[in-house]
Design a protein around this ligand. Structure first.
Ligand SMILES: Cc1cc2nc3c(=O)[nH]c(=O)nc-3n(C[C@H](O)[C@H](O)[C@H](O)COP(=O)(O)OP(=O)(O)OC[C@H]3O[C@@H](n4cnc5c(N)ncnc54)[C@H](O)[C@@H]3O)c2cc1C
Length: 300
C-alpha cells in the first residue's frame, strides 16, 4: 500500500502535507515538478519545461497515480495544491476533500469557511484525494530516500493555461507570507497616511505590513497586503493587529501566527479573544510609543 504526496519545491505547506501522508498507512511517495528536498520514501520528479501550468502538473500526478495505484493522494493546502488536485480529481472523475485536518479510514475532518467550521465527511473513492489544511500539521523534514525522474506525456491543452508573468509585490522588503513579524492595520488606522506609523514599526522589526479587507476596499493599501480568508494567510512569530476588530474572515488569515498582539480602543473587540497580548487604547498613540521604546532599547 502507498500514499502519494504532491510536493511543491521549497514549500512549507508541502512538508505539512507529507506529515498528513505519513499518518496514513503505506509507503509515502512524492511527486514534484523539478527536484526538491522532500522527506518521502520515493520522490518521482516530473521533467516539465516552462512555467507553472496546473494541467501539466495534474497530468504528471495522474501518470504516477496510474503506475502506483496509491490509496490516497495528498496535496498541500496552498492555492497551487488545491488547484492541481482539483484538476487531478476532474481527470480521474473522483471527489476531493480540501483542508483536511484528520483522516480515520473513510472518515475525514476538514475545515470549512476559513477554519470557522469543522465538517465530518465520508470519502468513498479509490484513491482518496485530500489537501492538508494549512498549519494543521507540523512540517516533516529530511530528504527523499530515493528519486526517479520521468517525462510525463503532455498535450497542448495541458499547458494552455500557464503562468506568463510574475509580478512581485511592491513592498520592497520582506514578503507578507514569509515575514516573521507582521504589523497589520484595520479601519482604525483611518487613512493610507495613517499606515506610516505601522510601516515604521514593521521596518524596525524587519517585518511586513498587512491589513484588513476594509483597508483594501477603501484603497488605503493594495490587495496584496490583505490578510484573511480572501487574502494572504500568514504564520509569523508575531502578528500585531492594530485597529482590527477580529472578524472571522480576518482571523482565518492570521490564526497561524505564534503570538498575536492586539491594539484596539474597544475593550469588547472580538480580536482580544484571539490575542496573547492586549493593549486597550488608541493605536495612533500606542504604535509610536512602541517604536520609541524599541529605539531606546536599541540605543538608536
Ligand atoms: C466572503 C467574505 C470574505 C472576507 N474576507 C476578508 C479577508 O480576507 N480579510 C479581512 O480582513 N476581512 C475579510 N472580510 C471582511 C470582514 O468580515 C470584516 O468586515 C473586516 O475584516 C473588518 O475589518 P476591520 O477589522 O479593519 O474593520 P472594523 O470591523 O470596522 O474594525 C475596526 C476596529 O478598529 C478599532 N479602532 C477604531 N479606531 C481605533 C483607534 N484609533 N485605535 C485602536 N483601535 C481602533 C475599532 O474598535 C474596531 O474594533 C470578508 C468578508 C466576507 C463576507
Amino acid at each position: 500500500m502507498s500514499v502519494l504526496v504532491l510536493i511543491e519545491p521549497n514549500d512549507e505547506l508541502s512538508l505539512q502535507a507529507v506529515t498528513l501522508a505519513r499518518s496514513l498507512d503505506g509507503e509515502v511517495h512524492g511527486v514534484s515538478v523539478g527536484a526538491t528536498d522532500a522527506p518521502v520514501d520515493v520522490l518521482h520528479i516530473a521533467e516539465i519545461d516552462g512555467s507553472y501550468a496546473p494541467g501539466a502538473w495534474a497530468a504528471a500526478v495522474v501518470q504516477v497515480v496510474e503506475g502506483l495505484a496509491p490509496s490516497a493522494v495528498v496535496a498541500p493546502g496552498s492555492d497551487r495544491g488545491n488547484e492541481v488536485l482539483a484538476h487531478v480529481a476532474a481527470r480521474l472523475d473522483l471527489p476531493m476533500a480540501a483542508n483536511v485536518i484528520d483522516v480515520r479510514g473513510d472518515e475525514v475532518t476538514r475545515q470549512r469557511w476559513g477554519g470557522t467550521l469543522l465538517e465530518e465527511a465520508r470519502v468513498h473513492s479509490d484513491p482518496k484525494l485530500f489537501t492538508a489544511a494549512p498549519f494543521a500539521f507540523a512540517p516533516s523534514n529530511g530528504a527523499a530516500s530515493s528519486t526517479e525522474s520521468f517525462a510525463p506525456a503532455l498535450y497542448d491543452a495541458d499547458t494552455a493555461v500557464h503562468v506568463v508573468e510574475t509580478v512581485s509585490a511592491s513592498t520592497g522588503g520582506v514578503s507578507l507570507a514569509d515575514a516573521k513579524v507582521v504589523v497589520s492595520g484595520g479601519r482604525g488606522v483611518g487613512s493610507s497616511e495613517g499606515f506610516a506609523i505601522l510601516e515604521e514599526l514593521a521596518a524596525l522589526l524587519d517585518g511586513a505590513v498587512g491589513c484588513s479587507r476594509v483597508v483594501t476596499s477603501a484603497g488605503w493599501r493594495p490587495h496584496a497586503d490583505q490578510v484573511g480568508q480572501t487574502g494572504t494567510k500568514v504564520s509569523p512569530d508575531l502578528y500585531i493587529a492594530c485597529g482590527i476588530s477580529g472578524a472571522t474572515q480576518h482571523i482565518a488569515g492570521c490564526k497561524g501566527a505564534k503570538k498575536l498582539l492586539a491594539i484596539n480602543d474597544d475593550p469588547e473587540a472580538t480580536i482580544f479573544s484571539h490575542a496573547d497580548y492586549a493593549v486597550i487604547g488608541n493605536l495612533h498613540e500606542i504604535v509610536p510609543a512602541i517604536t520609541a521604546e524599541l529605539r531606546k532599547a536599541r540605543g538608536a
